[in-house]
Design a protein around this ligand. Structure first.
Ligand code: ZN
Length: 194
């Protein structure tokens, strides 16, 4: 008998006469029984079932965002103040930028501090954010396109507040474009990116 069946057969004594609960001791036993029944109805603990979104936001990258790069600022507080929510990957202007997973590419912005930016709303439910990219035509802004893992989606540049440093600023947002930003470094290391 599994836990579900147990719950189906252990009916709470709701259909009994109220007189059964007049004496405090009976009521106490009933409370104990209800507590026991409620406990029995909890799903069995299963440590092998992974949580929907791991606390670390660890995601599996099917391809590196850039290849042949040098790390710049990492995820964390910046020396001059503020917090850096992505990781900087330095590479020469024009270096290909890749889709890290299958998903929908969203040409997000041609301006703002990130300069030319893209969101990749991926098939794992996470969103990957790429900024300081090479200028793309204005008509692409706010359009969305299906891409496959490993597709070249853009090239490295220094648009926005990149201070002239050719690099990709890469973010991992757990659960979607507005999701929690987590450190991409463990994911890049796991994927063997360098
Ligand atoms: Zn950055």
């Amino acid at each position: 008998m599994d836990a579900d069946n147990l719950c189906m057969t252990r009916r709470l004594p709701s259909s009994r006469s109220p007189r059964a609960f007049r004496r405090p001791v009976v009521a106490l036993i009933a409370v104990a029984f209800v507590a026991l029944a409620a406990t029995a109805c909890l799903p069995p603990a299963d440590s092998t079932t992974p949580p929907a979104a791991p606390p670390t936001g660890m995601a599996t990258l099917g391809h590196c965002p850039v290849e042949g790069f040098t790390y710049g600022n990492g995820f964390g507080p910046l020396p001059g103040g503020g917090f850096h929510y992505g990781i900087d990957m330095g590479a020469p202007e024009g270096t290909p930028v890749y889709a890290v997973r299958n998903g929908t590419l969203w040409y997000w912005s041609t301006g703002d501090i990130g300069g030319y930016s893209l969101y990749l709303k991926a098939d794992d439910g996470n969103t990957y954010y790429y900024t300081h990219l090479t200028a793309y035509p204005a008509f692409l802004e706010n359009t969305q396109h299906k891409v496959s893992v490993g597709d070249v989606i853009e090239t490295v540049n220094h648009t926005g507040n990149a201070n002239g440093f050719d690099h990709l600023h890469f973010e991992v947002r757990v659960g979607g474009p507005n999701g929690t930003k987590v450190n991409p470094r463990p994911m890049l290391d796991a994927a063997g990116c360098k």
